[in-house]
Design a binder for this molecule. Structure first.
Ligand SMILES: Cc1ncc(COP(=O)(O)O)c(C=O)c1O
Length: 416
């Protein structure tokens, strides 16, 4: 896995560090390639370039009005101007417990909820609490770029389990079993997946959960895309299907994707009370409480209905079908139809070796560089997710921009 993470684009681990000014632990962290791609696109835009950004993993819709109104009111309430309990506003913890029962069927108490600064902090807290040095965490690849970094920062060892388009980017019990060692402590599971949009069917989730329970392996399951499934695909929560995991499972979730609230920074982790208590203790020294105005906004979001996400889902579904069709029309590109989240993960190896604008790209990272420089189209290369040979494109952007962006790629890859 050390080798896997070294395939991420960006500076090699520890690059540019001299002497011991920066700790080895932090110097080893790779920058977030997805955020870097987005920053590059925005910088070009600021220079007046017409850039189409498929890089960012965020809905292009505004946060629902009722949520914004709740935040406005919260600003004026002095109760929100003060420190509040680290684990989250009691009303919000309760609302998250109720929402979880409503949406996934998992029954948790408010004491099993820790409100965090986005799902990202929930991921970091979880691995910090679960990993001792050398503990191995199985991470199906392609993986969201933050998982291996959080695991490594916690002293754990991320072990990539490779999947590809042939298996629908879904890992099997046989693969997990082959990767299991006496040091395996945790399995990271995410469905719908970032970056592939894969959604595991119920039977596969059950089988994987049973395997983990049987071997005493913890499951960290990331449910942040629970409401974004299309066609006949269905979301299922692993600890609901496999109740034996109740005492060895942490669920990560948040408001970012469901309510178009990426900037508000509210997520949560759900788990056994000892894990939640330990994570709360950790968070109390790191970030204290999540900003109260954001918590009040999240309270309005999770206590309300799901009409906003239903509207977004309709738009994403339409874009999903368009981008899938258009990408497959490009000679050299092959794209599976994703069933969830808002990403496609096409293979681009068929483009390698072509002369494009005087260059002959031989990797997805080089192709992505060409795309931004020559076509002003931002995509994230598969290297960022431990799977070279692919691009990740987010289709959470306007329909017209989507068509224009893929058309530009088609022209570029045709040598135009
Ligand atoms: C799979 C997955 N989990 C968690 C997150 C974290 O989201 P946030 O920290 O914005 O709540 C993201 C964001 O891109 C994600 O894709």
């Amino acid at each position: 896995m050390a080798q896997e993470t070294e395939t991420t684009v960006g500076p090699p681990r520890g690059a540019g560090v001299t002497g011991n000014r920066i700790s080895a632990r932090i110097a080893a962290v790779s920058p977030s390639v997805t955020l870097a791609v987005d920053a590059k696109a925005k910088a070009l835009q600021a220079q007046g370039e017409s850039v189409i950004g498929f890089g960012a993993g965020e809905p292009d819709f505004p946060t629902p009005e009722a949520v914004v109104a709740a935040a406005e009111a919260a600003c004026r309430d002095p109760r929100n101007h003060r420190y509040t309990p680290t684990a989250g506003l009691p009303e919000l913890r309760e609302a998250i417990a109720i929402k979880t029962g409503r949406d996934s069927g998992l029954e948790v108490t408010p004491g099993q909820v820790l409100v965090t600064n986005g799902g990202k902090q929930a991921v970091a807290n979880t691995f910090a609490v679960l990993c001792d040095p050398g503990d191995e965490v199985l991470v199906p690849a392609p993986y969201w770029t933050t998982y291996p970094e959080s695991i490594a920062l916690a002293g754990g060892v991320p072990v990539a389990v490779a999947t590809d388009a042939a298996s629908g980017f879904r890992v099997s019990v046989e693969q997990l079993e082959a990767a299991r060692t006496p040091r395996t402590k945790v399995l990271l599971f995410v469905s719908p997946s970032n970056p592939t949009g894969a959604v595991y069917p119920k039977g596969e989730i059950e089988a994987i959960g049973r395997w983990a329970a049987e071997h005493g392996i913890w499951v960290v399951t990331d449910e942040i895309y629970e409401h974004l499934v299309y066609g006949g695909a269905e979301f299922h929560s692993m600890p609901v299907l496999v109740p034996e995991l109740a005492d060895s499972c942490v669920v990560v979730n948040g408001v970012a994707k469901t309510y178009a609230m990426t900037g508000w920074r509210v997520g949560w982790m759900l788990g056994p009370t000892d894990v939640i208590a330990a994570a709360t203790n950790l968070q109390s020294h790191e970030t204290s409480n999540v900003a109260n105005v954001s918590q009040r906004a999240a309270l309005a979001a999770v206590s309300g209905d799901l009409s906003a996400v239903a509207m977004m889902r309709t738009a994403f579904d339409r874009r999903r079908l368009t981008i899938h069709r258009m990408l497959n029309e490009i000679d050299g590109v092959e794209c599976l139809l994703p069933e969830g989240a808002f990403y496609v993960f096409p293979s681009v190896t068929g483009i390698y070796g072509r002369e494009l604008r005087g260059r002959i790209p031989t990797s997805s990272a080089e192709l992505a560089e060409l795309a931004i420089e020559e076509a002003k189209v931002a995509v994230v290369p598969g290297e960022a997710f431990g799977s070279p040979g692919y691009f990740r494109l987010s289709y959470a952007l306007g329909d017209d921009d989507l068509v224009e962006g893929v058309s530009r790629l088609a022209r570029l890859f045709a040598g135009g």
